[in-house]
Write a protein that binds this ligand. Sequence first.
Ligand SMILES: C[S@@+](CC[C@H](N)C(=O)[O-])C[C@H]1O[C@@H](n2cnc3c(N)ncnc32)[C@H](O)[C@@H]1O
Length: 177
Amino acid sequence: MPNWTNEHAKQYDELWGDLPLLAEIANWLPLQGNERLLDIGCGSGAVLAGIAERYPQCTLFGCDPMPYMVDAARKRVPSADIQQATVEDFQLAPFDVAIAANTVRHWANVERGLEHIAKHGVQTIVLVDDLAFNPSPSEFCPAISSALRWFAEQSWQVEIQYQEAFDESVIIARLKP
Ligand SMILES: C[S@@+](CC[C@H](N)C(=O)[O-])C[C@H]1O[C@@H](n2cnc3c(N)ncnc32)[C@H](O)[C@@H]1O
C-alpha cells in the first residue's frame, strides 16, 4: 500500500465514509442475491453495508490492509467476515464475485492483485472508480488501464458502464465459460 496509511484511512472515513454513493453501488452489481462476495479494499464498510441491506442472502467478506478500516467495517457490517489484508495476500474461502471500489489505484501491483483474486474461484470482478468523465478506456488512470489489459490478456469478458449521476465508471469483468 505505497500511498495509504492508517491516518489516511481515518481522514477518508470521516470525510467520505457515509457518502450516499457508496450504498448506491449495490444497485450496480450483477448479483442474483445468494452469492459469496468479497469487497477488496472495503474501507469502513459502507459498500458492504449497502450490499447487505439489498441482498441479505449474500455471504459477505471484506479485506483491507488498514487496521482503522477493518475495525470500522467490522462494526458497521457485523455479518461480514472482514480480514486485515491487501489484495495480494488475503486468505479467504472461495467466492463468486469480487468488488473493488475506489481502491485499485492504491494497489502495489494491479496484475498481481488480480491474479490473487482469480485464484479464489471468482466468476465476476467488478471495479468501480471515478476516473473517467467519459466511459472510454483511453481516459482511465494507469491502474485501471492495467486492469483492463490484464482482463484482455486473460480473456475475461469486459463490460463498461458509466453512472452519469455519480460520475462513476463500473467495469464488470466475467470469466468466459
Ligand atoms: C479510497 S479508499 C476506498 C474505500 C472503499 N472501497 C470505498 O469505496 O469507500 C481506498 C481503500 O483501499 C485500501 N487499500 C490500500 N492499499 C490496498 C491494497 N494493496 N489492497 C487492498 N486494499 C488497499 C485502503 O486501506 C482504503 O481503505
